[in-house]
Design a protein around this ligand. Sequence first.
Ligand code: NIG
Ligand code: FE
Length: 390
Amino acid sequence: MSATVITNIATLVTNDPSLRDTDPLGLVRDAAVVIEGDRVVWTGESSKAPATDNRVDAGGRAVLPGFVDSHSHLVFAGDRTEEFNARMSGRPYSAGGIRTTVAATRAADDAELEANLTRYLAEALRQGTTTSETKSGYGLTVEDEARALRLAARHTDEVTYLGAHIVAPEFADDPAGYVALVTGDMLNACAPHARWIDVFCEKGAFDGDQARAILTAGKAKGLHPRIHANQLSYGPGVQLAVELDAASADHCTHLTDADVDALANSSTVATLLPGAEFSTRAAWPDARRLLDAGATVALSTDCNPGSSFTSSVPFCVALAVRDMGMTPDEAVWAATAGGAAALRRTDVGRLVPGAYADLVLLDAPSHVHLAYRPGVPLVTGVWRRGVREV
Ligand code: NIG
Ligand code: FE
């Protein structure tokens, strides 16, 4: 198999886990990366790089692992421009807007849904995302949820069943009946297409007892839990995530000290989604508090047409640094290795021998520029599974 060396890298972010305590980004200056097939086979100083058939000159720029966006909702139709406009005129965000997208998604045919999905995945890839998790949650019938997951599974391994996004409109007077469907026929139809199960644990969506029942049923079917927790208000979501050993508690905007402690003493990642606070004009999650307590933090987009219509991880990194108390190093780690931890993956989010050759080349000398130069399209090269895509 022929190998390629990317050389003349001014700053290489490896996220080498063996250096986590002293140098979390595992930085190498004047570095090179060697790729063989879909894997990284060597990283180190340029001068020590082994000879290879092909050579790519990084031109004194920065290379980092492809972003791992561990939270998005990309199977949908329509948009919610009017709702956004109204919000920017002062109306508050409400989970009720999800119903607008449910109606549009149900009305769309498979080709339209898949075209939307591939469009947003391609948009994300151009901005450096090489691993994308995505969810159902805009179908809310057995057929529409299974269809969303079947389409998603054609494009990513990280597929999440979110039948419990809100109570389906048909069950407005019978939420218990909807929970029975989500944990029964809908779960049976969806489980074969998904790796994860998620629930929106929030006032106006599902309470703690309902969320526990839904996630426990999913676990019994072989799905692993993750939770939309504590987004709009304080609540039981984070504690439930830890209790069930969820891979991630997502949003974490309203946390008590006990919630922070629980996360810090667990293997549940706190995934922060600043695009949602940006687009709903809500208070930012406190990344500093979580990091200082010892929790593992990930950053993701939450790309969806209602609360966060951005596919840009660099944008989220910039917000997290500016407004959530993260250093640029912490934010870059959270958007790469943190996202991988939130998906319980060790083959992405790091550039070490054996990991997938998922790399981003920035038109900048270091990863810090992702926050230092907000809004600038710095991603100038993307390799996914060893293939240059951008
Ligand atoms: O993660 N919180 C629930 N779900 C989405 C919002 C979905 C929507 O508004 O359409 C979120 O923010
Ligand atoms: Fe979400």
